[in-house]
Design a protein around this ligand. Structure first.
Ligand code: NAD
Ligand code: ZN
Length: 370
């Protein structure tokens, strides 16, 4: 029997309050789990909105859901991972429900409980602070910590020489944007797409659209610096929606037709409406931006019916992580998906600065290194 491991972790204690780095106790991995020593963890907008309790994960909690690291222990029932393996962590899914067995684990019937419940499925938490229970298993991983226990199912093995320090965000923000484009919208070479929001998710979607060969790639945001950066990385057009009506401008750019695909990464109701109105006949739009539970968006069913458009709600790019993450790494290694340009490194001790820089937009994708 392995002893309880002392770890350093960033604890979210209350909404809009800085995370507190403390020593916690991590219990031993269950039969189906592995212990991972985190090498790095990305910071995602979703960490901040959960700290602020838009989704009611019980606090205190260790958040973090873009972890990458090295396996240091394996449970007795784990057959596909070994000590020393390099892994990227992905959201948890049950593996046996209808959505999981048909290749859509991001819609697992237990997704909410497994990723936002603050515990394992048996209700236990792997983390305590001097005997006080701390919520664990955030997105199946709680990666703002030096070590974590995760179900082997949500660990994606990658090559031993892969750049682990960089790869954590593939497990959420980067997978969300690129998966929405490559798995759901699927633009073909020569087609058009508009992406609302040029944060990590929107820019990952944009890089995926470039890789897929889309030839009209319109990025919409309200921050000029972000739009300039999008142009450098492959956007063909940018629209500052604070200055011009993005629906009109997108119609102009596309010769009056509208775009064949669109992605809303903002979760802002008027932006969702703009996305639906910017689509061409039989176009396909997807929402990935998160909004508070209960948020409603205007949707002109009168005008849009005859346009034949499709609108999808997409979680985590509808990805199968063990299939999709290796594809993203292969694209990155061939120079076709330079998501490293979105990343800035921070020491773990500077986690609250990383949150502030993500919030203010100074940094697109902060990655904490341990
Ligand atoms: P981000 O804050 O870096 O980017 C959002 C961008 O939207 C910013 O550049 C901002 O300037 C822009 N924006 C805000 N209001 C706007 C408006 N009215 N018009 C145009 N642009 C506007 O965030 P991110 O990391 O890219 O994440 C985007 C969203 O995706 C967040 O809501 C996050 O919680 C969510 N998310 C969802 C999933 C999922 O599975 N669906 C996964 C990860 C993240
Ligand atoms: Zn995320």
């Amino acid at each position: 029997k392995q002893d309880v491991v002392k770890i350093q972790a960033a604890v979210a204690t209350a909404p809009s309050t800085p995370l507190d780095i403390r020593e916690l106790e991590l219990d031993e991995p269950r039969a189906d789990e592995v212990t991972v020593r985190l090498v790095a963890s990305g910071v995602c907008h979703t960490d901040a909105i959960v700290r602020d309790q838009w989704y009611p994960v019980p606090l205190p909690a260790v958040l973090g859901h873009e972890g990458s690291g090295i396996v240091t222990a394996v449970g007795a029932a784990v057959t596909d991972l070994a000590v020393g393996d390099s892994v990227v962590l992905a959201p948890a899914s049950c593996g046996v429900c209808e959505q999981c067995i048909t290749g859509h684990p991001q819609y697992c019937v237990d997704f909410y409980a497994l990723n936002f419940g603050g515990s394992r499925t048996d209700g236990s938490s792997s983390l305590t602070s001097d005997g006080e229970r701390i919520s664990s298993n955030f997105f199946g991983q709680s990666s703002f910590a030096t070590f974590t226990n995760v179900s082997a199912r949500n660990a994606v093995k990658v090559a031993g020489d892969a750049p682990l320090e960089l790869l954590g965000p593939l497990g959420c923000g980067i997978m969300t944007g690129s998966g929405a484009v490559l798995n759901v919208l699927r633009p073909a070479a020569g087609e058009s797409i508009a992406i609302f929001g040029t944060g990590a998710v929107g820019l990952a979607g944009m890089l995926a659209a470039v890789a897929a060969g889309a030839t009209t790639i319109i990025m919409v945001d309200i921050v000029p610096e972000r739009l300039d950066f999008a142009l450098e990385l492959g956007a063909t057009h940018t629209v500052n929606s604070r200055e011009v009506d993005p629906v009109e401008r997108i119609r102009e750019i596309t010769g009056g037709q509208g775009v064949q695909y669109a992605l809303d990464t903002t979760g802002v109701p008027p932006v969702f409406a703009q996305m639906t109105k910017s689509l061409a006949i039989r176009g396909h739009g997807a929402l990935v931006g998160a909004a508070k539970l209960g948020t409603e968006a205007p949707f002109d069913i009168g005008s849009l019916l005859t346009s034949g458009i499709t609108v999808s709600m997409v979680v985590e790019g509808d990805s199968v992580p063990r299939e999709f993450i290796p594809r993203l790494i292969a694209l990155y290694e061939r120079g076709l998906f330079p998501f490293d340009k979105l990343v800035k490194r921070y020491e773990f001790a500077d986690i609250n600065t990383a949150f502030e820089d993500s919030e203010s937009g100074v940094t697109i994708k902060p990655v904490l290194v341990f």
